[in-house]
Design a protein around this ligand. Structure first.
Ligand code: FAD
Length: 378
């Protein structure tokens, strides 16, 4: 039986980047999907938000001491110069986000070229892994053997495009600790008191959202299930339970708006979508009337538009979550080389690790940077 120098489980962002950058040895690249890079193709509305101009360890949930040197060794500029060698055209959008100008397919095309040297085992679902002098990777179509193994199998969000918990299972079989996986970059469901929000499905506007000590500013989208949109997805990374606070009128002085409102109806005086104001007032039991007719108590209640506090019921779940937070505990992984401290020759990169980025290109940057880090050391 042939023994490969390196086997990589996962032909997603981190597995492809590892395969592209490893210079020596015969590589087996294994994926359950029939095609490589499916999540890259599905990302960023088909245009893949590949990175962000403003990446720092502060944009990630995980151990800063582990994350920082890996990000420093492969910065967004390094990624940009890597893809510019292949003439990948990018466009910058707000908040420093960089997207493929034409299509995410262009990025996958680069990886297709760079991984031509690999032996592909596509449509091979990995079932479990054993180590006896070297690694035996058992798949639904037979066993692949290798001296070193890179687990780049991602998290468990979006099972519709091949996600599985195999990375956690392999890690556990070698004695690793798994930080409980949970959906992240995901919409939040609401409790009975906030069911009025469900009536606003499709309404979207700019708000400020506070979760614990983090504040995000971007669009909030109401849906029939609860709240979503970029601001909520980012906030969901840091929310597990407890209250969040929304400022529905960021950069506006509510007292001035009320003072100046005079005879104007509340829904006309406040610069907010009318559908939203109507449901908000209903929930407070206030009639949409002239501002001048508001009682002191009602004025006080209106002020909660600036700091509306509530505890979400939960989230939309793994099927809708863009990423999985939690994963292989980084205390048991060597910083920089990403090698297991418990089993030599076993490496982890990308989302399978307990490192999760905010919305805006941070997760691809992590996938690429961690792959770069191990490819340099393997
Ligand atoms: C819809 C969507 C949009 C996103 N948009 C963005 C974005 O624009 N910007 C951004 O930064 N991040 C985005 N993300 C997050 C980003 O895609 C991931 O964080 C990133 O792809 C993780 O890379 P990875 O290599 O660790 O895992 P993945 O890209 O998930 O790759 C893992 C691979 O392992 C394979 N695999 C899993 N189990 C097995 C098994 N048992 N046997 C064999 N193969 C297996 C899978 O088929 C998959 O190909 C998005 C995610 C989703 C779901």
């Amino acid at each position: 039986m042939k023994i490969f120098d390196i086997a990589i489980i996962g032909a997603g962002a981190s597995g492809l980047m590892s395969a592209a950058l490893i210079k020596t040895g015969e590589i087996a690249l294994i994926d359950a999907n029939a095609k490589i890079g499916l999540k890259i193709l599905a990302s960023g509305g088909g245009k893949c938000n590949i990175t962000n101009k403003n990446v720092s360890a502060k944009n990630y949930l995980g151990d800063e001491a582990f994350i920082k040197p890996i990000l420093a060794n492969f910065t967004p500029s390094d990624l940009l110069s890597f893809v510019s060698d292949f003439n990948l055209e990018l466009e910058q959008r707000k908040y420093g986000q960089l997207f493929c100008k034409n299509s995410a397919r262009d990025l996958v095309g680069i990886f297709e070229r760079l991984t031509k040297k690999c032996n592909f085992f596509l449509s091979h679902k990995v079932l479990h892994v054993e180590f006896k002098n070297h690694f035996f990777i058992h798949t639904d179509k037979g066993t692949i053997e290798a001296k070193k193994l890179i687990v780049a199998s991602g998290g468990i969000s979006y099972t519709s495009i091949g996600a599985s918990d195999i990375g956690y299972k392999i890690a556990q079989s070698f004695g690793h600790t798994i930080t409980t996986p949970a959906p992240a970059l995901v919409g939040l469901t609401v409790q009975k008191e906030q069911f009025w929000m469900k009536e606003l499905s499709g309404v979207c506007f700019f708000v400020k959202l506070k979760v614990k000590d983090r504040v995000f500013e971007s669009d909030l989208l109401f849906t029939h299930k609860g709240i979503s949109g970029p601001v909520v997805l980012s906030g969901s990374l840091y929310w597990d339970k407890g209250k969040i606070e929304i400022d529905f009128l960021p950069n506006q002085d509510i007292l001035q708006l009320i003072e100046k409102g005079g005879k104007k109806q509340i829904s006309s005086a406040l610069p907010l979508p009318k559908r939203f104001i109507k449901e908000f007032l209903n929930a407070l039991g206030i009639e949409d009337k002239a501002i001048s007719k508001l009682t002191c108590k009602e004025k006080e209640a209106l002020k909660s538009l600036k700091n509306y506090e509530f505890a979400p019921a939960g989230n939309f779940g793994f099927t809708k979550a863009e990423v999985t937070k939690g994963g292989v505990c980084t205390d048991e992984i060597e910083a920089l080389s990403c090698e297991s401290k418990l089993q030599r020759g076993l490496y982890f990169c990308g989302e399978v690790l307990d490192v999760t980025g905010e919305l805006g290109g941070y997760n691809f940057q992590w996938a690429f940077a961690s792959a770069h880090s191990l490819a340099n050391q393997i």
